[in-house]
Ligand binder design. Structure first.
Ligand code: NAP
Length: 256
C-alpha cells in the first residue's frame, strides 16, 4: 500500500482569519476532510456564518472573536483550548491585510499594522501551537504567504516584505522543529477572488494585466487553494518541510 491518507478525521485545526475569503474556505475544506476547526477573526457575525457551514458538514467549530495582533488574546485562545483539552494538530496562519501605499508614502503606523497583522501574529500563533505540538508529538503549521513574497508586484513594499519574511520564517521554523515531528510549510497564492481583492479584480484593465502573466489565463477559485491546504495538513505531506507551495496558475515559473 503506497497511498497515504489525505483525511483529517480525528484532527483539530486552528485557522486564523476564517471569517471570510481564503481562511473560511480552508476551514470548511478541513471540516469536509473530517477535522474539527477552531476559527479566529475579529467579527463575530462572520465567525458564526463559518461555524454554521462547518457544522453543516458534521464536525465541530470553536469560535474565538480575537485580534491576532493582540498577544494576550492570542495566548488566551490557547489557554482556553488547554482548559477544554482541545489539542491543535494543524495551525493555519491565514489572517492578513494590506494597505497599498507607495514606498515614499508609507507611514510608521501602516508599517506596524501590516507587519503585526501578517507576520508577527503568525509567529505568535506558531510559537503557541508549536510548543504544544512538540509536547504532543507533532503537528502541521501552514502560513499563507503570497506570490508577492517571491517576486516584486504592485502590492506595496510592506505587504511584500511580510510575505517574503513568512517564506523565510517557514524555513527556519521547519529547521528547528522538524525533529519534533512538526512540519512547517507555506502556501503562496496568486490572485484569488475574496473580499480583499474584490475591488482590484473588478478593474478590467488590472484584471487583464493579471491574466496576461498567468499561464492558466484565470484567477484562482477558492477550491484551488483548499486542495493544497488539505494536502499540507495531512499525513500525505509528512516529509514535506520548510517549503512554499505557490498556487498561482504557473505565474511564478515564467522567464521572458
Ligand atoms: N486573495 C488573494 O488573492 C490573496 C493572494 C495572496 C495571499 N493572500 C493572503 O491570504 C490571506 C487571506 O486573504 P483573503 O483574501 O482571504 O483576505 P480577506 O478576505 O480580507 O479575509 C481576511 C480574514 O482575516 C481576518 N483578519 C484580518 N485582520 C485580522 C486581525 N487583526 N485579527 C483577526 N483576524 C483578522 C479577517 O477578519 P476580520 O477583519 O473580521 O478580523 C478575515 O476573516 C491573507 O494573509 C492574504 O495576504 C490573499
Amino acid at each position: 500500500m503506497y497511498l497515504p491518507s489525505f483525511s483529517l478525521k480525528g484532527k483539530t485545526a486552528l485557522v486564523t482569519g476564517a471569517g471570510r475569503g481564503i481562511g473560511q474556505a480552508i476551514a470548511i475544506g478541513y471540516a469536509e476532510a473530517g477535522a474539527d476547526v477552531v476559527i479566529v477573526s475579529r467579527t463575530q457575525s462572520d465567525l458564526e456564518k463559518t461555524a454554521q457551514l462547518i457544522e453543516s458538514v458534521g464536525t465541530k467549530a470553536y469560535l474565538f472573536e480575537a485580534d491576532v495582533t493582540n498577544k494576550d488574546q492570542v495566548k488566551g485562545i490557547f489557554e482556553t483550548l488547554d482548559l477544554e483539552q482541545i489539542n491543535v494538530d494543524i495551525l493555519v496562519n491565514n489572517a492578513g491585510m494590506n494597505i497599498r501605499s507607495k514606498a515614499f508614502d508609507v507611514s510608521d503606523e501602516e508599517w506596524d499594522t501590516i507587519m503585526h497583522t501578517n507576520l508577527r501574529s503568525a509567529f505568535w500563533f506558531s510559537q503557541q501551537a508549536g510548543q504544544r505540538m512538540k509536547e504532543s508529538g507533532g503537528g502541521k503549521i501552514i502560513t499563507i504567504s503570497s506570490v508577492a513574497g517571491h517576486v516584486a508586484l504592485r502590492t506595496g513594499v510592506v505587504y511584500a516584505s511580510t510575505k517574503a519574511a513568512i517564506i523565510q520564517m517557514t524555513k527556519n521554523l521547519a529547521l528547528e522543529w522538524g525533529q519534533y515531528g512538526i512540519n512547517v510549510n507555506s502556501i503562496g497564492p496568486w490572485y484569488f477572488k475574496t473580499p480583499l481583492t474584490e475591488k482590484l479584480l473588478a478593474d478590467k484593465e488590472y484584471l487583464q494585466d493579471i491574466l496576461d502573466v498567468t499561464p492558466q489565463k484565470r484567477v484562482g477559485e477558492l477550491p484551488d487553494l483548499v486542495g493544497p491546504a488539505v494536502f499540507l495538513a495531512s499525513e500525505a505531506a509528512d516529509y514535506v518541510n520548510g517549503q512554499t507551495l505557490f498556487v498561482d496558475g504557473g505565474m511564478t515559473i515564467q522567464g521572458f
